[in-house]
Design a protein around this ligand. Structure first.
Ligand SMILES: NC(=O)c1ccc[n+]([C@@H]2O[C@H](COP(=O)([O-])OP(=O)(O)OC[C@H]3O[C@@H](n4cnc5c(N)ncnc54)[C@H](OP(=O)(O)O)[C@@H]3O)[C@@H](O)[C@H]2O)c1
Length: 340
């Protein structure tokens, strides 16, 4: 097959910019169109974007003219990748689907629809099989925190556990380019993120669900979340405490997490990290400034087991593992599964 042609909605936002970087040299995916709000449509990408990524705007995208998010502007691509704000994504994405334009989206509407896959590739790439029966393909990515925090659960949910308690410390970039005024977050911690504490367990229960009659049946989870916004730019951290009903060998669990490589069987996944989970033994890891650089790995440290309680500290890059990276990896996985 030729390269997969894609367009990008929300290309000037923080997730959109990360996607631009990931697609700059992609061997199998060709970004042919970029889109932003009606305010910026018609402008050159370089004139409209407030670039916050390290390095320059990729030369080949800088001169592209921003198009609208209307179906007429996206008929000639194989997939539209959406990094639209959730508030407006529902109607725009639905209109694209109704016009037979395939969509992979980061936005929250339809994430919990049990006929639409919610993909964190290492955990549930098999859910992509649902799109085989769709006339127009619609795939969702989970929320950034759900994506990162769900990774160790691939092993932990196999244990006999009573409850999972998770406190998340979430970066400012998770709220988007205009999300939080500097004055409200500088030198401050905000002890609440609207909607987050409900979203995380709900989305994780869908990711770990199974397919029955072309629908996803969610897994029942006992998970309790507290979400805080903290003054760091990139990287969501989670402090996870798991109350267990069984005794475990913590080194054995660490080894299973280290060796968690479910996508090994596919060949051309350019955004699949060699080790999706990195285990740190040093007490001062993971840290945002050291461990969010490459982006697709989830870093875990302080793994301890005491009195039937398992404790881990989890960290991931919300813009890469939490958004742009999994969108691109999902598309790569779909190609490997011959679903494109
Ligand atoms: N940030 C994260 O860590 C993260 C992680 C996972 C998922 N997500 C999800 O990804 C999506 C994008 O998030 P973000 O953080 O990148 O947001 P953002 O920085 O606020 O970017 C929003 C983008 O949408 C465009 N836009 C705004 N209004 C529009 C309209 N009416 N029509 C068409 N385009 C419009 C903006 O264009 P202009 O520049 O022209 O305004 C910009 O390109 C959201 O649904 C978010 O929930 C974000």
């Amino acid at each position: 097959m030729d390269r997969i042609k894609v367009s990008l909605l929300g290309s000037t936002g923080v997730v959109g910019q990360k996607m631009i970087k990931l697609l700059e040299h992609h061997p199998d995916i060709e970004l042919v169109k970029v889109s932003a709000s009606p305010l910026n449509a018609g402008k050159k990408y370089r004139d409209a974007v407030k670039w916050v990524e390290p390095g320059n705007i990729p030369e080949k995208f800088g001169d592209l003219k921003l198009v609208s998010s209307e179906p007429e502007d996206h008929r000639d691509v194989d997939y539209v990748l959406s990094a639209l704000p959730s508030e407006i994504a529902e109607s725009i994405e639905l209109k694209l689907i109704k016009n037979k334009i395939n969509v992979i989206s980061n936005a929250s509407p339809y994430r919990m629809n049990n006929e639409i896959p919610l993909i964190n590739p290492e955990l549930n790439y098999n859910h992509l099989n649902l799109i085989e029966n769709m006339d127009t393909k619609f795939v969702k990515n989970p929320n950034c925190t759900s994506t990162i925090m769900s990774m160790p659960l691939a092993e932990i949910l196999n244990l006999d556990y009573r409850s999972i308690n998770l406190v998340t410390l979430q970066a400012i970039s998770g709220a988007g380019f205009t999300g939080l005024p500097y004055m409200s977050i500088d030198d401050n911690i905000i002890p609440y993120i609207n909607g987050e504490e409900e979203k995380i367990p709900r989305e994780i229960s869908k990711m770990f669900g199974y397919i029955d009659s072309n629908k996803i049946v969610n897994k029942t989870l006992k998970m309790y979340i507290t979400s805080l916004r903290v003054p760091v730019k990139i990287g969501h951290m989670g402090i996870m405490n798991v109350e267990l009903n069984e005794k475990i060998d913590v080194n054995d669990l660490k080894n299973r997490l280290k060796n968690f490589r479910p996508l090994r069987k596919f060949n051309n996944l350019y955004n699949a990290p060699e080790n999706p989970i990195v285990i740190h033994e040093e007490n001062n890891r993971p840290q945002n400034i050291m461990d969010t650089y490459s982006g697709m790995e989830v870093h875990i440290g302080r793994v301890e087991y005491k009195d039937n309680n398992l404790r881990l500290i989890i960290l991931g890059n919300n813009l890469v593992r939490g958004a742009a990276g999994i969108t691109v990896l999902t598309l790569e996985t779909m190609k490997e599964m011959k679903l494109i």
